[in-house]
Design a protein around this ligand. Sequence first.
Ligand SMILES: *Cc1c(COP(=O)(O)O)cnc(C)c1O
Length: 354
Amino acid sequence: MKKHNFSAGPCILPQEVFQKASQAVLNLDDSGLSILEISHRSKAFVEIMEKAQDLALEHLKLPKEEYQILFLQGGASMQFIMSAFNLMQTKAAYLDTGSWSAKAIKEAKLLGEVNVLASSKDKNYNYIPKNFQVPTDVDYFHCTSNNTIFGTQIKDFPKANVPVVCDMSSDIFSREIDFSYFDVIYAGAQKNMGPAGATLVAVKKSCLGKVDRKIPSMLDYQVHCGKDSMFNTPPVFPVYVSMLTLEWLKEQGGVKAIEAKNKMKADAMYLEIDRNPLFTGFAEKEDRSDMNATFNLKDEALKSKFESLLVEAGVNGLNGHRSVGGYRASMYNALPFESVQVVIEAMQELEKNA
Ligand SMILES: *Cc1c(COP(=O)(O)O)cnc(C)c1O
């Protein structure tokens, strides 16, 4: 039986994508070749790469003349240092909203001065700081749009007169925002776009080439842009599966349509968390993530009872991250509404029998 998969990442992808991807492993578009054995320079793969890049730009509503899409390796974690390598001359401003932000800050400090504008670490990152201003004397401002571990999400991005870099790993393509506000967007594929192994970077070409430092080729956005993401062998299969997911998203009506579905899932989940007397939400209400809902049992004694209800219902991956504990419902684009209903029913079942 197919499980209801709430895994935080790698995570659920559309069932149709799994089907198409498995077919392509055996025989890509009736070519007599597997997607796993073709050259990245082949016409078939060059077309796949171009299609993935075009679909990404289309979904983000970014103009092709200004932005370039790269599919790189090394995960979002590589982007912590790579973005700094390309944009940090002397000083950058960071917003600290969780473990991933903190890791980005640690890496950036290797290359220059880091001004941490605000942090929510004082409350185990259960909110998004708001009383801060982005200074004008920094090379860029870095933020994390969705805090996968703590379940908070930036709803309003601050005014910034400097380039903005955003780690959008866990909510890219999930909601409509003005993506042209950002100069560099990066996202590990494995949360909302594809399998692990590819990292999407959307980069505004005009913000590059402004630092004096020598940049290693593999960390240089301009090198990858110049070779159209083919400087070295790209992650062929993850790019292919990402392309399939972006196609699926288009068939669903695009980001706007998926946002409405995501909103319905998140609203239903939070409604139950707030209504059910056995549970309590972790994040501040106004900062709650539509992707990852974090919550706890008020009485730990009910833990094993609740978890056996989840197992019975075929729910996978609802356990929270070790730094928060409790539960985390990751409701990425491909998660159907009925999976959320299944968890809500388990919560209600627990209430009835408690
Ligand atoms: C998962 C995640 C990362 C780490 O991604 P890797 O691809 O494992 O390096 C970074 N930032 C955020 C917001 C994430 O959710």
